[in-house]
Design a binder for this molecule. Structure first.
Ligand code: ATP
Length: 218
């Protein structure tokens, strides 16, 4: 059994998916939901499943929430409950709070009340799908800041057999190839004359406009 322990509050699709993935990886996971039926439906994906209203500090104390290394607040629709829960967890001294936001404003408030990390699953997935639609070669897309991102781009027929010098992506597109994934091998400091093979994946960083050009033309 791995050492870190996790608690996931809110058993919607997102919370249940996070809890199940952690549990499958061998971690100790407690799931909490105020809805007893939801709790019963998810007993199989966690070490413990408990019914509690997490806007009630005493209820959180009773389940021993402070004993967990990371607490994920996956309450969605009820924004007030999500904010209040995060605030109480912070005040109780929970070390690491990860909270799911419905939108940017919700995210800002979550940071203000003490979330250590805020995730936007719908926004991020939408972004990924959109980039994958522009170019099926784009496997993943992660926003770093408002205008800068990292994209994972599958090597096309056009690119295979070339080196980074041949591609000259920095001059042509203004982006940088940070790494080349080749099966299980991860070349994290590719040199200019490394050969790019079919099946490889390029990890590219740059301004969104430049990445878009690269995605369309690579
Ligand atoms: P998803 O999109 O991931 O399916 P969602 O954003 O629709 O989720 P909800 O279904 O609104 O999320 O909420 C997730 C869960 O959070 C629900 O099962 C709900 O019962 C639970 N929940 C809401 N408020 C509280 C609370 N105060 N205490 C504990 N659980 C709560």
């Amino acid at each position: 059994m791995a050492d870190k322990s996790y608690a996931v509050i809110g058993l919607g699709r997102f919370g249940a998916s996070v809890a199940q993935a952690l549990y499958n990886m061998g971690y100790d996971v407690m799931v909490i939901d105020e809805d007893e039926e939801r709790v019963q439906d998810h007993v199989g994906i966690a070490t413990h499943a408990v019914q509690a209203d997490t806007t009630d500090e005493q209820a959180l104390r009773d389940v021993g929430i402070r004993n967990f290394d990371v607490v994920v607040v996956a309450i969605g629709a009820d924004i007030q409950a999500s904010i209040l829960t995060t605030l109480i967890l912070k005040e109780m001294g929970v070390k690491m709070i990860v909270a799911k936001a419905q939108n940017e404003r919700h995210g800002q408030v979550l940071y203000k009340v003490g979330a250590d990390r805020v995730v936007f699953p719908e926004r991020d997935m939408g972004l990924r799908v959109a980039h994958n639609l522009i170019s099926p070669n784009v496997l993943d897309f992660v926003e770093l800041a408002a205008d800068y991102s990292i994209a994972e781009v599958a090597v096309s027929e056009k690119t295979a057999g070339k080196t980074l010098i041949d591609l000259d992506v920095r001059a042509r597109f203004g982006v940088n190839v940070m790494a080349i994934k080749s099966g299980d091998h991860f070349n994290i400091a590719p040199s200019a004359d490394d050969l790019i093979k079919e099946g490889d994946i390029l990890v590219v960083i740059g301004h969104n406009n430049d990445l878009k050009k690269f995605e369309e033309e690579s």
